[in-house]
Design a protein around this ligand. Structure first.
Ligand code: GDP
Ligand code: MG
Length: 162
């Protein structure tokens, strides 16, 4: 079986956009409506000659379960099934209570967790990144999933962590 990389994080932080970046094509559904990824969907990806599986997580109904409960289930699922967890945060929004709750769970993970500061679209936005150290998940990796900024560096890190 291929190594599994799970992408976790709140709705609308750009998980599916990042998955598409990892795949080099549009497969995951991206929408402005939070929580549009209803299920966990797996894709096969290839980087530097190494194949792996990317799991775009979602799989909740925020109205029925509450966002907090949904995020903890998502995080627990990732910790059970993934070899590497990519925890995505929206750097334009900053660390929310939900992000902090997810971080508290993910900190217990015995698998490597890579903290991604997404939506760092330009150099000016780099200023938003440092505050994400407050999540206690180590160094935030700035990327723009939308424009591809630093996504290759992130993929290198993901592969190193496998
Ligand atoms: P998900 O709910 O976490 O899967 O988020 P999506 O991938 O569906 O993205 C939610 C919204 O954020 C969409 O409008 C995306 O175009 C936007 N988005 C995703 N990545 C970036 C980014 O790097 N920069 C900016 N500015 N917007 C982004
Ligand atoms: Mg999605």
């Amino acid at each position: 079986p291929l190594p599994v990389v799970a992408i976790v994080g709140r709705p609308n932080v750009g998980k599916s956009t990042l998955v598409n970046r990892f795949l080099g094509r549009r497969a995951a559904v991206v929408q402005d409506v939070p929580g549009v990824t209803r299920d966990r969907i797996s894709y096969e990806a290839l980087w530097n000659g190494k194949r792996f599986t990317v799991v775009d997580t979602g799989g909740w109904d925020p109205k029925a379960a509450g966002l907090g409960g949904a995020i903890s289930r998502q995080a627990e699922y990732a910790m059970k099934t993934a070899d590497v967890i990519v925890f995505v945060v929206d750097s334009q929004v900053g660390a929310t209570d939900t992000d902090l709750a997810a971080a508290r769970i993910l900190r217990r993970s015995d698998r490597p967790v890579i903290l991604v500061a997404n939506k760092v679209d330009d150099e000016r936005s780099e200023a938003n990144v440092a505050e994400l150290w407050s999540l206690g998940m180590g160094e935030p990796q700035p990327v723009s999933a939308l424009h591809g900024r630093s996504s290759g560096d992130l993929l290198d890190l993901v592969l190193e962590a496998m």
